[in-house]
Design a protein around this ligand. Sequence first.
Ligand code: SAM
Length: 217
Amino acid sequence: MTQEDLAQQREQMVETQLESRDIQSERVLEAMKKVPRHLFMPESVRQYAYIDSPVPIDQGQTISQPYIVGLMTQTVDPKPGDRALEVGTGSGYQAAVLGELVQEVYTIEIIPDLAERAGKTLSDLGYDNVEVRQGDGYQGWPEKAPFDIILITAAPEKIPQPLIDQLAEGGRLVVPVGPQGEIQTLTLVTREKGEVKRTYITDVRFVPMTGEVQQLR
Ligand code: SAM
């Protein structure tokens, strides 16, 4: 398949899966037209890069459905000067989309092989404003906090307090909350004038957030 064919598939993905639903942010739509999603996937599943579904990557993990990436990204309303934290790097695709939209992206992945591969893909593609760290994202990235945006792409049963604490004044955090294997609640957390507010966005199904958060149950 040529680069032009792939760009056309991306364009179609954006029109039929995002714009036709409720993704209206021009900046988000443009970023998702641009990022070569297939390059974030193992070769064996690249033919599914632009379908309307999550796709298994490796280690029992998934690259989220394009619509969910669009929805989470639009929900945190990225601004060019923002600093963003992602917990759950996975393939690195969501981090690349954020990298197109904000100034700095810090992303944490608990599975070493995935962290290594995502770091390589992102640097091969020139995303110099995205830094990948291997580890448990439960404690966030205190040296780089506070963040204007925090995006958690694995589901905890309860939102880790250290992540809420690392949200800047005016910041937006989006997270799927709920037990493994059940419907979870995509939730927006904002901090305004010091007050933390939660808003329901929609029902979703994500892989669980693992590590320290699971010891708190
Ligand atoms: N954002 C990813 C992408 O664009 O490909 C998809 C993320 S996948 C749905 C969820 C990821 O969260 C998995 O790679 C999983 O290993 C990771 N994860 C789960 N618990 C974590 C934790 N405590 N800290 C960091 N990463 C975690």
